[in-house]
Design a protein around this ligand. Structure first.
Ligand SMILES: [Zn+2]
Length: 127
């Protein structure tokens, strides 16, 4: 049986944005599966520095990278985020800060930053 290929998304737990990001990453990267690390507004946590949330995100992402050999990571922000109720402009800043954190953790992996808009379309902020 051929080995499956994976990417990993660090996404909000919001049910509206799961499928759009999984579809996007499968099409963009040609992977078989997308591992899901979810928290409410993960970019709010990653951009603010050390916390139990950040520790959890790192521990979950490590499993995807080490056990599934995830070939790329995506960090996601979205419209109307209940866990991170700030403007798109502010979230874009948080996405850039989060990319820097992920690059330190996983310098060998491509990192994408994605924005999901009101139409549930995925925009690439960093690619
Ligand atoms: Zn959210």
């Amino acid at each position: 049986m051929p080995t499956s290929t994976f990417a990993c998304m660090i996404n909000c737990m919001d049910g509206r944005v799961q499928e759009a990001v999984i579809r996007h990453l499968k099409a963009r990267l040609g992977v078989d599966f997308v591992d899901a690390v979810t928290e409410p507004g993960p970019i709010a946590h990653l951009s603010k520095g050390a916390s139990v949330w950040v520790d959890n995100i790192k521990a979950c992402t490590d499993v995807s990278v080490e056990k599934h050999n995830a070939k790329a990571l995506a960090i996601v922000g979205h419209f109307d985020c209940a866990g991170n109720p700030v403007s798109k402009e502010e979230q874009v800043k948080q996405l850039h800060q989060s990319v820097q954190v992920l690059k330190e953790w996983y310098p060998h992996l491509p990192i994408y930053a994605l924005w999901v808009n009101e139409q549930l379309e995925v925009e690439e902020i960093v690619s």
